[in-house]
Design a protein around this ligand. Structure first.
Ligand code: AMP
Length: 511
C-alpha cells in the first residue's frame, strides 16, 4: 500500500534545520520542529501502548494548547481518528458525542475530570486522560515515559483521519468523516493557491476544534515549515503586537471587526503582512472596505465547511485575478483547483447571476456522516455531488457569492426571499451596525420576513423609518414586516449568527 499518512506529508514540509522555531506561544514557550516531531512521537507511542482497535477515535475536550495540536499529530501518526470537541460543551452535549462516536480515548481538562471520567466510564470509554493549559495532567505524564521516535503507521488515502461534528444549529450534530486524502489534497492546494512562502509566519489565533484553525491554518504552516505565533485565545492587542513579525493571519469575520476597533491597527502595523484570510461566516462588505482603508490590505475571503474543507477562495496573486474582482469584495472567490462546484435548481445547472443550490465534487469531499448512512445518502445527488446546503450565484467571471443557507431561505406569500440580500440593504441604512433577517410563522404569508438589527453606537433606530426606507430599495415582499432592535446577535464560537436561535426567540411574534 502506498503510504498516505497525512503526518508523513506534513513532516515532509518541516524545514531542514529542525532546531528552528516552529511555535512560539503567548506564554513565551518556544517549540522547535524537533520538539514537534519528538513530542508527537511520544504521544503516538502512548496511544499505541493502549492496545486500541484499528479506527479507534481519540476524543479531545480541552482548551486550545500546543499539546492538543501535538496530540492531533500523534493520532494521525498512529493511524487513529481524531475527534476535537469544543471545550465549552457541557455534560448533555458531551454525552451525545461520546454515545455517538464511542471513542476509545477521551482527553479532558483537569478541572472537568470528575464529571467527564464518570460519564466516560459509564459509557465504556476505557482511557480517560487530562490535559491542562499549563501542560499539566496525566496525558503528558504518561507520554513522558515513552520513546521519542515513531514510524508513522501507513495509511491509505481513504482512511479516516478525523471526525468533525458540524456546529448543528438545527437537529442533531453530525460527525463529518474526513480522510487523510481529503485533508492532504486541500492542504496542498491551499499551499500553492495562497502562495505560501519560505519566510511566512502565521499568527494562529483560531480555536483548534474546527476546520479553520485545525486544518486550514495549522496544516498551512506545518506543510510549509512556517513558524506559528500561537495565541491560546484571540485577543486583538496580542494580534497587533505580533503583526510586525508576521506575514499571514486567518480569522473569522468577528475577529476583523474587533481588530478594527483598535486604534493601533494602521498601515504601518501591517507593513510586513502578506495575507489576511477570512472565512467560516459571511464577511460584511463594510468590514472588507474598512480594512482596505485602514491597512491598505485586501482581506482574502474563502469559503468552506467541515464536510469539504475549503471549496473556493479569492486569489491572492494579481496574475490569478486579472479583473481584480477580489479587490472589490462581496464574493468568496472561485472554486479551488481540483474542486468542482455547480449552482443548481433541481436538475438544472444555472447560468451566471441565477441563484441556486451550491453542490461540490472533489478529492476534498468527505466520506459521509459517522454512522448516518441514510443522512449521508440524502446529502449527495444521484450523480455524486455533495449538497452543501448553501445557496449562491456565480458571476460571469466564475466568482461565487453565498446568499445564505437553504434552511434560512424565507418563503413569504409564495415568494423566495434570500436573507443576505435584505441584510445587505439594511446594513447600508444609517445607524445600522449589522442585521439578521429571519422567517417567522405568519397566518397570512406562511412565513413573514423579520429583521433583527443592532444599532451603531450613539444611533437611535426607528422601525417605521427603516421599513419606509427599505421600501424604496427593494420589492415590497422582501421588506421586513417587523424590525426588532437588539443589543447583540446570538453567535457560535466561529462567529456564525445562530439564526435557528433567533427564529425560536421570535417564533410567536405574529401569533
Ligand atoms: P462549518 O462546517 O462550521 O465550517 O460551517 C460551514 C458553513 O459556514 C458553510 O456551509 C457556510 O454556510 C458558512 N461559511 C463558511 N465560509 C463562509 C464565507 N466565506 N461566507 C459565507 N458563509 C461561509
Amino acid at each position: 500500500m502506498d503510504d498516505h499518512n497525512l503526518y508523513g506529508a506534513l513532516r515532509g514540509g518541516f524545514p531542514h534545520d529542525l532546531d528552528r522555531l516552529a511555535i512560539e506561544t503567548d506564554t513565551g514557550l518556544a517549540y522547535s520542529w524537533r520538539d514537534i516531531d519528538r513530542a508527537s512521537a511520544m504521544l503516538a507511542n502512548l496511544l499505541v501502548s493502549l492496545d486500541l482497535a484499528p479506527g479507534s477515535r481519540v476524543a479531545v475536550h480541552t482548551e486550545k494548547s500546543v499539546e492538543a495540536l501535538l496530540l492531533y499529530l500523534a493520532t494521525l501518526r498512529a493511524g487513529f481518528v481524531y475527534l476535537p470537541l469544543n471545550a465549552a460543551y457541557r455534560r448533555a452535549e458531551l454525552e451525545y458525542f461520546v454515545d455517538d462516536a464511542e471513542p476509545a480515548v477521551l482527553v479532558c481538562a483537569p478541572r472537568d475530570f470528575g464529571w467527564v471520567a464518570k460519564l466516560a466510564f459509564q459509557r465504556g470509554v476505557k482511557n480517560v486522560f487530562t490535559l491542562g493549559e499549563a501542560r499539566d495532567g496525566s496525558l503528558l505524564e504518561r507520554a513522558a515515559q515513552m520513546p521519542d521516535r515513531f514510524e508513522a503507521v501507513p495509511r491509505a488515502s481513504s482512511d479516516l483521519a478525523a471526525i468533525l461534528y458540524t456546529s448543528g444549529t438545527t437537529g442533531r450534530s453530525k460527525g463529518a468523516m474526513l480522510s487523510h486524502g481529503n485533508l492532504l489534497s486541500n492542504a496542498r492546494t491551499l499551499k500553492s493557491y495562497w502562495d505560501w512562502r519560505s519566510d511566512d509566519v502565521l499568527i494562529h489565533a483560531l480555536p483548534i476544534f474546527h476546520v479553520h484553525g485545525l486544518f486550514v491554518a495549522a496544516h498551512g504552516a506545518l506543510l510549509n515549515g512556517s513558524p506559528m505565533l500561537w495565541l491560546a485565545k484571540f485577543d486583538p492587542r496580542a494580534v497587533l503586537e505580533r503583526l510586525p513579525r508576521a506575514t499571514v493571519f486567518m480569522g473569522v469575520p468577528t475577529l476583523y471587526v474587533r481588530l478594527l476597533q483598535e486604534p493601533g491597527l494602521t498601515r504601518e502595523a501591517c507593513s510586513r503582512m502578506r495575507l489576511f484570510v477570512s472565512g467560516s461566516a459571511p464577511l460584511l462588505i463594510e468590514t472588507f472596505r474598512a480594512w482596505q482603508e485602514r491597512t491598505g490590505h485586501t482581506i482574502l475571503e474563502r469559503y468552506g465547511m467541515s464536510e469539504t474543507v475549503m471549496l473556493t477562495s479569492n486569489p491572492c496573486r494579481d496574475q490569478d485575478d486579472p479583473q481584480r474582482i477580489g479587490r472589490v469584495g462581496g464574493t468568496v472567490g472561485r472554486p479551488l483547483p481540483g474542486v468542482q462546484l455547480r449552482v443548481r435548481d433541481g436538475e438544472r445547472d444555472l447560468a451566471p447571476g441565477e441563484i441556486g443550490d451550491v453542490q461540490v465534487k472533489g478529492p476534498n469531499v468527505f466520506a459521509g456522516y459517522w454512522r448516518m448512512p441514510q443522512k449521508t445518502a440524502e446529502e449527495f445527488t444521484a450523480d455524486g455531488w455533495f449538497k452543501t446546503g448553501d445557496v449562491g450565484r456565480f458571476d460571469e467571471h466564475g466568482y461565487l457569492t453565498i446568499v445564505g443557507r437553504s434552511k434560512d431561505l424565507i418563503i413569504t406569500g409564495g415568494y423566495n426571499v434570500y436573507p443576505a440580500e435584505v441584510e445587505g440593504f439594511l446594513n447600508e441604512q444609517p445607524g445600522v451596525e449589522e442585521s439578521a433577517v429571519i422567517a417567522v410563522p405568519h397566518a397570512d404569508f406562511g412565513e413573514a420576513v423579520v429583521a433583527v438589527v443592532i444599532e451603531r453606537r450613539g444611533a437611535k433606530l426607528d422601525e417605521a423609518a427603516l421599513i419606509a426606507s427599505l421600501k424604496q430599495h427593494i420589492a415590497g415582499f422582501k421588506v421586513p414586516k417587523r424590525v426588532i432592535v437588539a443589543s447583540e446577535l446570538p453567535r457560535n464560537a466561529m462567529g456564525k449568527v445562530q439564526k435557528a436561535a433567533l427564529r425560536e426567540q421570535h417564533r410567536a411574534l405574529f401569533a
